[in-house]
Design a protein around this ligand. Structure first.
Ligand SMILES: O=C(O)C1=C[C@@H](OP(=O)(O)O)[C@@H](O)[C@H](O)C1
Ligand SMILES: C=C(OP(=O)(O)O)C(=O)O
Length: 441
């Protein structure tokens, strides 16, 4: 499955880099790939999804949709999906791997079936992430739900009719997105009330955007606390183009800001709903020299950076990458309102604090914030724990490039969850890595 030419599992040794220089095309967006593939499967007929991500999460979605009965044909970088419409095959066990969004979106749609089971081969990561808020919403709608403590493995059986529904959006926006994908295919649609302090508004807008691209009518109020989707609709098949990925690109841009040289990254739409687009503003506010021409962003790196205090919830998947910039900026950077980071592939607050401290940095945390005091230089010569988390691996890689001596990152193959060509892209810019047998998986 891996197209990156690297061993199946590996630790990476990151060598200090003098500069980064060159041009790259941003990889396809993870969040739009998962959404477009799912919407394509929910559409009767054929949809061509142009430029699909090749990450493990994209493969997880493709595998699950095929198991539910979608026809999947790869044509170059595109995927042609023959949808199952409102009738995914019942009685199937789906394995979404380690992909939270994939698992949750499919759990919503599972209410169309008379029984779907969800299992994972990542019991220590996805298997620990909470699903209770979505399961509660589904059972209030009349679905039959079985789980132990609201975690995978679990099973969901419909049918449900729809109508008024409540879902908490405090721990993850993915629960509400899941119900939004389900809603148009229910006889009664859904009048959704998102409760709690709503987090991750940006992905919710990406879901609304996807529904619109597939001809599904939906209305929402400004703060997204009310989302109304009439029932009895169908997804319209057609052709959709996956935009470039801001979360992964934020790591490349942060690396480029930290090191001397010049990096140009294309395929980053200026008007895009991915919240991690804000990473560009954050880097600029920190003092980076970043310019945009159309869909290309150029960074002239090596300028001194300074600390910022920002609400990180708008760019949740770029907080790790920006933490690398913070680790080398003058002063103390604080990411506020980031409690949901604790519920990702690892605890991205406490685990990040521990790894940064291991590298010699001063870091503190509260329940919902992370503060990092920048150091003028990092000694390196340590082994850091990747925590099986692609975004932690990106952060540690950036610090290794800037350190005085190499940094080893364990389990670096988990980069493939969202960015299989991450190391290859950095090599193309002049970085150097060794790939060693993994000390542990
Ligand atoms: O809807 C999506 O595709 C995503 C939503 C976000 O999760 P939360 O809503 O849990 O913050 C984000 O972190 C994740 O990578 C993808
Ligand atoms: C948290 C992430 O993904 P997911 O929730 O889809 O597993 C991520 O991509 O950083």
């Amino acid at each position: 499955m891996s197209t990156d030419g690297l061993p199946e599992t590996f630790d990476v040794v990151v060598h200090p880099a003098r500069e980064l220089r060159g041009e790259l095309r941003a990889q396809p967006s993870k969040n739009y790939t998962t959404r477009y593939l799912l919407a394509a499967a929910l559409a009767p007929g054929e949809t061509r999804v142009v430029g699909v991500a090749t990450s493990e999460d994209a493969h997880a979605m493709l595998r699950c949709l095929a198991d539910w009965g979608a026809g999947i044909t790869h044509v170059g970088d595109d995927v042609v999906v023959r949808g199952f419409g409102a009738s995914p095959r019942p009685g199937v066990a789906l394995n979404p791997g380690n992909a939270g969004a994939v698992a949750r979106f499919l759990m919503g749609v599972a209410a169309l079936t008379t029984g779907t089971t969800f299992v994972t081969d990542y019991p220590d990561s996805l298997g620990r992430r909470p699903q209770g808020d979505l399961l509660d919403a589904l059972s209030r709608l009349g679905a039959r739900v079985e789980s132990e403590g609201g975690r995978l493995p679990l099973s969901i059986s419909g049918p449900v009719r729809g109508g008024a529904a409540q879902v908490s959006a405090e721990r993850s926006s993915q629960y509400a997105s899941a119900l939004m994908f389900l809603a148009p295919l229910l006889p009664g649609g859904l009048d959704l009330h998102l409760t709690g302090d709503i987090k991750s508004h940006a992905p919710l807008r990406q879901t609304l955007d996807t529904l619109e691209a597939f001809g599904v009518r939906a209305t929402a109020n400004d703060d997204l606390s009310r989302i109304s989707i009439p029932g009895g609709q169908s997804y319209r098949p057609g052709r959709v183009l996956v935009p470039g990925d801001y979360p992964g690109s934020a790591a490349i841009l942060a690396a480029a800001a930290l090191l001397p040289g010049e990096v140009r990254l294309s395929n980053l739409r200026e008007h895009d709903l991915q919240g991690e687009r804000e990473a560009l503003d954050v880097l600029r506010e920190m003092g980076a020299d970043l310019t945009r021409a159309g869909d290309a962003v150029t960074v002239r790196g090596g300028r001194p950076l300074h600390a910022v205090t920002r609400d990180g919830d708008g760019f949740t998947d770029a907080v790790q990458a920006l933490s690398a910039a913070a680790a080398l900026a003058g002063g103390t950077t604080t990411w506020e309102n980031v409690a949901t980071l604790r519920l990702k592939e690892c605890d991205r607050i406490s685990d990040t604090r521990r790894e940064l401290q291991r590298l010699g940095l001063e870091v503190s945390e509260t329940a919902d914030s992370l503060s990092i005091t920048g150091a003028p230089r990092l000694a390196g010569n340590v082994t850091a724990d990747g925590h099986g988390d692609h975004r932690m691996i990106m952060l540690l890689t950036l610090l290794g490039l800037k350190a005085d001596a190499p940094v080893r990152i364990t389990g670096a193959h988990h980069i493939r969850k969202s960015y299989p060509h991450f190391f290859g892209h950095l090599e193309a810019l002049g970085a150097r890595f060794d790939y060693l047998p993994a000390e542990r998986h």
